[in-house]
Design a protein around this ligand. Sequence first.
Ligand code: PLP
Length: 339
Amino acid sequence: MDLARFPRFRLCHAPTPLEPMDRLSAMLGGPRLWVKRDDCTGLATGGNKTRKLEFLIGAALAEGADTVLTVGATQSNHVRQTAAAAAKAGLACEVLLERRITDAGVEYDRSGNVLLDGLLGARIHYVPKGTDLNAALDTLAEEIRIRGGRPYAFPAGGSSPVGALGYALVAAEIEAQANDLGLRLASIVHATGSAGTQAGLVAGLAANSNATPVLGIAVGKQRDVMEGLVRDLAAATADLIGVRGGMDDAATLVNAGYYGTAYGVPTPGMIEAVELAARQEGLLLDPVYSGKAMAGLIDLVRKGTWKAGEDVLFLHTGGIAGLFGYRSTFDGDNGGSAA
Ligand SMILES: *Cc1c(COP(=O)(O)O)cnc(C)c1O
Protein backbone atom coordinates (compact mmCIF):
# COMPACT_ATOMS: atom_id res chain seq x y z
CA MET A 1 0.00 0.00 0.00
CA ASP A 2 1.74 3.17 -1.21
CA LEU A 3 0.39 6.19 0.66
CA ALA A 4 3.58 8.25 0.49
CA ARG A 5 2.29 10.04 -2.62
CA PHE A 6 -0.48 11.75 -0.63
CA PRO A 7 0.41 15.04 1.10
CA ARG A 8 0.53 14.46 4.85
CA PHE A 9 0.97 16.75 7.83
CA ARG A 10 2.26 14.82 10.85
CA LEU A 11 0.07 15.08 13.94
CA CYS A 12 -0.18 11.60 15.50
CA HIS A 13 1.71 9.82 18.19
CA ALA A 14 1.84 6.52 16.32
CA PRO A 15 1.84 3.59 16.44
CA THR A 16 -0.64 3.84 19.30
CA PRO A 17 -0.38 0.99 21.84
CA LEU A 18 -2.32 -2.27 21.47
CA GLU A 19 -2.94 -3.56 25.00
CA PRO A 20 -4.76 -6.41 26.74
CA MET A 21 -7.84 -5.70 28.87
CA ASP A 22 -7.20 -8.55 31.31
CA ARG A 23 -9.55 -7.60 34.13
CA LEU A 24 -12.48 -6.75 31.87
CA SER A 25 -11.93 -10.02 29.93
CA ALA A 26 -11.85 -12.07 33.14
CA MET A 27 -14.94 -10.36 34.49
CA LEU A 28 -16.97 -10.99 31.33
CA GLY A 29 -15.61 -14.52 30.92
CA GLY A 30 -15.58 -14.80 27.13
CA PRO A 31 -12.88 -14.04 24.54
CA ARG A 32 -9.67 -12.19 25.33
CA LEU A 33 -10.32 -8.49 24.84
CA TRP A 34 -7.66 -6.09 23.57
CA VAL A 35 -7.73 -2.35 23.05
CA LYS A 36 -6.06 -0.29 20.32
CA ARG A 37 -5.40 3.06 21.95
CA ASP A 38 -6.39 5.61 19.33
CA ASP A 39 -7.56 7.73 22.24
CA CYS A 40 -3.80 8.32 22.57
CA THR A 41 -3.10 9.86 19.16
CA GLY A 42 -1.74 12.82 21.09
CA LEU A 43 -3.42 15.92 19.66
CA ALA A 44 -5.35 17.99 22.24
CA THR A 45 -6.69 14.92 24.12
CA GLY A 46 -6.47 12.62 21.08
CA GLY A 47 -8.92 10.54 19.11
CA ASN A 48 -9.54 9.03 15.70
CA LYS A 49 -9.98 12.28 13.75
CA THR A 50 -6.27 13.05 14.18
CA ARG A 51 -5.51 10.10 11.87
CA LYS A 52 -7.72 11.55 9.16
CA LEU A 53 -6.50 15.10 9.72
CA GLU A 54 -2.91 14.18 8.82
CA PHE A 55 -4.13 13.69 5.25
CA LEU A 56 -6.85 16.37 5.28
CA ILE A 57 -4.52 19.10 6.55
CA GLY A 58 -1.90 17.79 4.12
CA ALA A 59 -4.37 18.29 1.26
CA ALA A 60 -5.40 21.76 2.50
CA LEU A 61 -1.77 22.91 2.71
CA ALA A 62 -1.00 21.44 -0.72
CA GLU A 63 -3.89 23.51 -2.16
CA GLY A 64 -2.58 26.71 -0.59
CA ALA A 65 -5.52 27.12 1.80
CA ASP A 66 -5.25 29.58 4.69
CA THR A 67 -8.48 28.63 6.50
CA VAL A 68 -10.05 25.25 7.22
CA LEU A 69 -13.77 24.80 7.82
CA THR A 70 -15.75 21.95 9.17
CA VAL A 71 -19.00 20.96 10.89
CA GLY A 72 -20.15 18.91 13.86
CA ALA A 73 -22.50 18.63 16.81
CA THR A 74 -21.86 20.90 19.82
CA GLN A 75 -19.67 18.25 21.51
CA SER A 76 -17.93 17.21 18.26
CA ASN A 77 -14.56 15.54 18.79
CA HIS A 78 -13.85 16.04 15.11
CA VAL A 79 -14.25 19.81 15.41
CA ARG A 80 -11.96 19.93 18.46
CA GLN A 81 -9.22 17.93 16.72
CA THR A 82 -9.61 20.01 13.55
CA ALA A 83 -9.19 23.20 15.60
CA ALA A 84 -6.00 21.81 17.16
CA ALA A 85 -4.60 20.55 13.85
CA ALA A 86 -5.29 23.90 12.19
CA ALA A 87 -3.52 25.71 15.03
CA LYS A 88 -0.47 23.47 14.68
CA ALA A 89 -0.43 23.94 10.90
CA GLY A 90 -0.80 27.72 11.17
CA LEU A 91 -4.22 27.77 9.49
CA ALA A 92 -7.29 29.70 10.60
CA CYS A 93 -10.26 27.51 11.58
CA GLU A 94 -13.99 28.24 11.34
CA VAL A 95 -16.56 25.71 12.45
CA LEU A 96 -20.31 25.24 12.26
CA LEU A 97 -21.72 23.63 15.39
CA GLU A 98 -25.18 22.13 14.97
CA ARG A 99 -27.32 22.31 18.10
CA ARG A 100 -28.43 18.70 17.53
CA ILE A 101 -29.15 18.22 21.22
CA THR A 102 -30.90 20.93 23.21
CA ASP A 103 -31.67 21.00 26.93
CA ALA A 104 -28.59 18.91 27.73
CA GLY A 105 -27.46 21.50 30.23
CA VAL A 106 -24.79 24.15 30.58
CA GLU A 107 -21.86 21.69 30.60
CA TYR A 108 -22.98 20.18 27.31
CA ASP A 109 -23.25 23.64 25.76
CA ARG A 110 -20.08 25.17 27.24
CA SER A 111 -17.62 22.57 28.62
CA GLY A 112 -15.86 19.53 27.15
CA ASN A 113 -15.01 19.82 23.46
CA VAL A 114 -16.67 23.18 22.93
CA LEU A 115 -14.55 24.77 25.65
CA LEU A 116 -11.45 23.43 23.88
CA ASP A 117 -12.63 24.60 20.43
CA GLY A 118 -12.54 28.18 21.61
CA LEU A 119 -9.28 27.74 23.50
CA LEU A 120 -7.69 26.31 20.35
CA GLY A 121 -8.68 29.42 18.44
CA ALA A 122 -11.56 28.16 16.30
CA ARG A 123 -14.21 30.69 15.30
CA ILE A 124 -17.54 29.06 16.17
CA HIS A 125 -20.80 29.63 14.27
CA TYR A 126 -23.86 27.94 15.80
CA VAL A 127 -26.63 26.62 13.54
CA PRO A 128 -29.99 25.10 14.56
CA LYS A 129 -30.76 21.37 14.53
CA GLY A 130 -31.65 20.08 11.08
CA THR A 131 -29.64 22.71 9.15
CA ASP A 132 -28.38 21.55 5.73
CA LEU A 133 -24.77 21.46 6.85
CA ASN A 134 -23.22 21.04 3.41
CA ALA A 135 -25.09 24.07 2.11
CA ALA A 136 -24.13 26.04 5.23
CA LEU A 137 -20.47 25.05 4.72
CA ASP A 138 -20.64 26.27 1.10
CA THR A 139 -22.09 29.59 2.23
CA LEU A 140 -19.40 30.04 4.88
CA ALA A 141 -16.66 29.17 2.36
CA GLU A 142 -18.07 31.77 -0.02
CA GLU A 143 -18.07 34.43 2.72
CA ILE A 144 -14.43 33.68 3.46
CA ARG A 145 -13.55 33.90 -0.25
CA ILE A 146 -15.27 37.30 -0.49
CA ARG A 147 -13.13 38.48 2.44
CA GLY A 148 -10.05 37.42 0.43
CA GLY A 149 -9.38 34.15 2.30
CA ARG A 150 -8.60 30.73 0.82
CA PRO A 151 -10.98 28.26 2.51
CA TYR A 152 -10.76 24.46 2.47
CA ALA A 153 -13.73 22.50 3.87
CA PHE A 154 -13.58 19.09 5.54
CA PRO A 155 -16.83 17.09 5.59
CA ALA A 156 -18.51 15.99 8.84
CA GLY A 157 -16.21 13.64 10.72
CA GLY A 158 -13.45 14.20 8.15
CA SER A 159 -14.97 11.27 6.30
CA SER A 160 -13.84 11.74 2.72
CA PRO A 161 -11.67 9.17 0.89
CA VAL A 162 -8.65 11.38 1.68
CA GLY A 163 -9.52 11.41 5.40
CA ALA A 164 -10.12 7.65 5.39
CA LEU A 165 -6.51 7.11 4.25
CA GLY A 166 -5.58 7.66 7.90
CA TYR A 167 -7.42 4.48 8.85
CA ALA A 168 -6.05 2.51 5.92
CA LEU A 169 -2.71 3.10 7.65
CA VAL A 170 -4.16 1.97 10.98
CA ALA A 171 -5.15 -1.34 9.37
CA ALA A 172 -1.49 -1.91 8.55
CA GLU A 173 -0.48 -0.77 12.05
CA ILE A 174 -2.89 -3.23 13.69
CA GLU A 175 -1.73 -6.03 11.40
CA ALA A 176 1.92 -5.45 12.36
CA GLN A 177 1.07 -5.34 16.09
CA ALA A 178 -1.12 -8.45 15.89
CA ASN A 179 1.71 -10.27 14.11
CA ASP A 180 4.18 -9.24 16.82
CA LEU A 181 1.84 -10.46 19.54
CA GLY A 182 0.87 -13.62 17.65
CA LEU A 183 -2.81 -12.61 17.67
CA ARG A 184 -5.33 -13.89 15.15
CA LEU A 185 -8.05 -11.32 15.64
CA ALA A 186 -11.58 -12.72 15.48
CA SER A 187 -12.93 -9.19 15.06
CA ILE A 188 -12.15 -5.50 15.30
CA VAL A 189 -15.03 -3.62 17.00
CA HIS A 190 -15.42 0.17 17.11
CA ALA A 191 -17.89 3.05 17.09
CA THR A 192 -19.03 4.15 13.64
CA GLY A 193 -20.64 7.51 12.87
CA SER A 194 -19.64 9.21 9.62
CA ALA A 195 -18.10 5.93 8.37
CA GLY A 196 -14.55 7.09 7.63
CA THR A 197 -12.91 5.01 10.34
CA GLN A 198 -14.51 1.73 9.30
CA ALA A 199 -14.19 2.51 5.58
CA GLY A 200 -10.49 3.29 5.91
CA LEU A 201 -9.86 0.15 7.97
CA VAL A 202 -11.73 -1.99 5.45
CA ALA A 203 -9.84 -0.52 2.49
CA GLY A 204 -6.51 -0.91 4.31
CA LEU A 205 -7.25 -4.53 5.25
CA ALA A 206 -8.31 -5.28 1.65
CA ALA A 207 -5.06 -3.73 0.38
CA ASN A 208 -3.16 -6.26 2.49
CA SER A 209 -5.51 -9.19 1.71
CA ASN A 210 -6.24 -9.34 5.43
CA ALA A 211 -9.64 -10.97 6.11
CA THR A 212 -10.10 -9.79 9.72
CA PRO A 213 -13.81 -8.95 10.21
CA VAL A 214 -14.67 -5.41 11.30
CA LEU A 215 -17.86 -4.63 13.20
CA GLY A 216 -19.01 -1.03 13.46
CA ILE A 217 -21.32 -0.16 16.34
CA ALA A 218 -23.53 2.64 15.01
CA VAL A 219 -23.93 5.76 17.12
CA GLY A 220 -27.03 7.08 15.42
CA LYS A 221 -28.20 5.64 12.10
CA GLN A 222 -30.11 2.56 11.00
CA ARG A 223 -28.08 -0.47 10.09
CA ASP A 224 -28.75 -0.53 6.33
CA VAL A 225 -28.07 3.21 6.01
CA MET A 226 -24.82 2.93 7.96
CA GLU A 227 -23.61 -0.17 6.10
CA GLY A 228 -24.31 1.62 2.80
CA LEU A 229 -22.21 4.60 3.90
CA VAL A 230 -19.36 2.32 4.98
CA ARG A 231 -19.42 0.31 1.73
CA ASP A 232 -19.53 3.37 -0.54
CA LEU A 233 -16.75 5.18 1.28
CA ALA A 234 -14.64 1.99 1.54
CA ALA A 235 -14.94 1.50 -2.23
CA ALA A 236 -13.98 5.13 -2.92
CA THR A 237 -11.03 4.88 -0.52
CA ALA A 238 -9.88 1.60 -2.07
CA ASP A 239 -10.05 3.30 -5.49
CA LEU A 240 -7.93 6.19 -4.25
CA ILE A 241 -5.32 3.78 -2.85
CA GLY A 242 -5.47 1.64 -5.97
CA VAL A 243 -6.63 -1.58 -4.29
CA ARG A 244 -7.55 -4.30 -6.77
CA GLY A 245 -10.30 -6.75 -5.97
CA GLY A 246 -13.43 -6.51 -3.91
CA MET A 247 -14.18 -5.66 -0.35
CA ASP A 248 -14.94 -8.35 2.18
CA ASP A 249 -18.59 -8.15 3.31
CA ALA A 250 -17.58 -9.36 6.78
CA ALA A 251 -15.63 -6.12 7.17
CA THR A 252 -18.47 -3.72 6.47
CA LEU A 253 -20.93 -5.04 9.05
CA VAL A 254 -22.72 -2.62 11.33
CA ASN A 255 -24.79 -3.29 14.46
CA ALA A 256 -27.23 -0.46 15.17
CA GLY A 257 -28.63 -1.95 18.37
CA TYR A 258 -26.75 0.13 20.91
CA TYR A 259 -27.27 3.84 20.39
CA GLY A 260 -30.63 4.01 22.14
CA THR A 261 -33.08 6.72 21.13
CA ALA A 262 -30.70 9.04 19.27
CA TYR A 263 -27.16 10.27 18.66
CA GLY A 264 -25.59 11.66 21.82
CA VAL A 265 -28.39 10.62 24.17
CA PRO A 266 -27.11 8.48 27.08
CA THR A 267 -28.20 4.84 27.46
CA PRO A 268 -27.96 2.59 30.55
CA GLY A 269 -25.62 0.29 28.59
CA MET A 270 -23.29 3.20 27.78
CA ILE A 271 -23.17 4.28 31.43
CA GLU A 272 -22.39 0.72 32.54
CA ALA A 273 -19.68 0.37 29.86
CA VAL A 274 -18.01 3.70 30.73
CA GLU A 275 -17.98 2.75 34.42
CA LEU A 276 -16.72 -0.81 33.82
CA ALA A 277 -13.86 0.34 31.56
CA ALA A 278 -12.90 3.00 34.10
CA ARG A 279 -13.05 0.69 37.14
CA GLN A 280 -11.66 -2.53 35.61
CA GLU A 281 -9.04 -1.05 33.29
CA GLY A 282 -8.48 2.58 34.29
CA LEU A 283 -9.63 3.34 30.76
CA LEU A 284 -11.71 6.41 29.96
CA LEU A 285 -14.38 6.08 27.26
CA ASP A 286 -16.72 8.78 25.99
CA PRO A 287 -20.53 9.01 26.25
CA VAL A 288 -21.34 9.46 22.53
CA TYR A 289 -19.09 6.99 20.68
CA SER A 290 -16.66 4.68 22.47
CA GLY A 291 -18.99 4.19 25.46
CA LYS A 292 -21.84 3.00 23.23
CA ALA A 293 -19.43 0.86 21.18
CA MET A 294 -18.12 -0.75 24.37
CA ALA A 295 -21.72 -1.31 25.52
CA GLY A 296 -22.21 -3.22 22.27
CA LEU A 297 -19.02 -5.22 22.70
CA ILE A 298 -19.91 -6.15 26.30
CA ASP A 299 -23.42 -7.24 25.32
CA LEU A 300 -22.15 -9.30 22.38
CA VAL A 301 -19.58 -11.01 24.63
CA ARG A 302 -22.33 -11.80 27.16
CA LYS A 303 -24.41 -13.29 24.35
CA GLY A 304 -21.55 -15.65 23.44
CA THR A 305 -20.68 -14.11 20.06
CA TRP A 306 -17.04 -15.14 20.48
CA LYS A 307 -15.54 -18.22 22.15
CA ALA A 308 -13.12 -18.35 25.06
CA GLY A 309 -9.60 -18.30 23.62
CA GLU A 310 -10.55 -16.02 20.72
CA ASP A 311 -9.04 -12.54 20.54
CA VAL A 312 -11.24 -9.49 19.93
CA LEU A 313 -9.86 -5.98 19.45
CA PHE A 314 -11.73 -2.89 20.59
CA LEU A 315 -10.56 0.15 18.65
CA HIS A 316 -10.78 3.04 21.12
CA THR A 317 -11.60 6.05 18.95
CA GLY A 318 -11.18 8.63 21.73
CA GLY A 319 -13.65 11.36 22.69
CA ILE A 320 -12.58 11.69 26.32
CA ALA A 321 -13.07 15.47 26.37
CA GLY A 322 -16.78 14.81 25.75
CA LEU A 323 -17.11 13.30 29.24
CA PHE A 324 -16.96 16.80 30.68
CA GLY A 325 -19.99 17.81 28.64
CA TYR A 326 -21.95 15.01 30.35
CA ARG A 327 -21.08 15.61 34.00
CA SER A 328 -24.60 15.07 35.31
CA THR A 329 -24.80 11.65 33.59
CA PHE A 330 -21.99 10.27 35.75
CA ASP A 331 -21.84 12.60 38.72
CA GLY A 332 -21.82 11.11 42.20
CA ASP A 333 -22.26 7.55 40.97
CA ASN A 334 -19.44 6.01 42.99
CA GLY A 335 -21.20 4.95 46.14
CA GLY A 336 -19.50 7.70 48.17
CA SER A 337 -21.34 10.26 50.19
CA ALA A 338 -22.38 13.64 48.86
CA ALA A 339 -20.53 16.70 50.12
C1 PLP B 1 -16.02 10.61 15.13
C2 PLP B 1 -15.87 9.58 16.17
C3 PLP B 1 -16.17 8.23 15.90
C4 PLP B 1 -16.74 7.77 14.61
O1 PLP B 1 -15.81 7.75 13.58
P1 PLP B 1 -16.34 7.89 12.08
O2 PLP B 1 -15.10 7.84 11.28
O3 PLP B 1 -17.04 9.22 12.02
O4 PLP B 1 -17.27 6.78 11.82
C5 PLP B 1 -15.95 7.30 16.89
N1 PLP B 1 -15.49 7.68 18.10
C6 PLP B 1 -15.21 8.96 18.40
C7 PLP B 1 -14.75 9.27 19.77
C8 PLP B 1 -15.39 9.95 17.44
O5 PLP B 1 -15.11 11.23 17.76
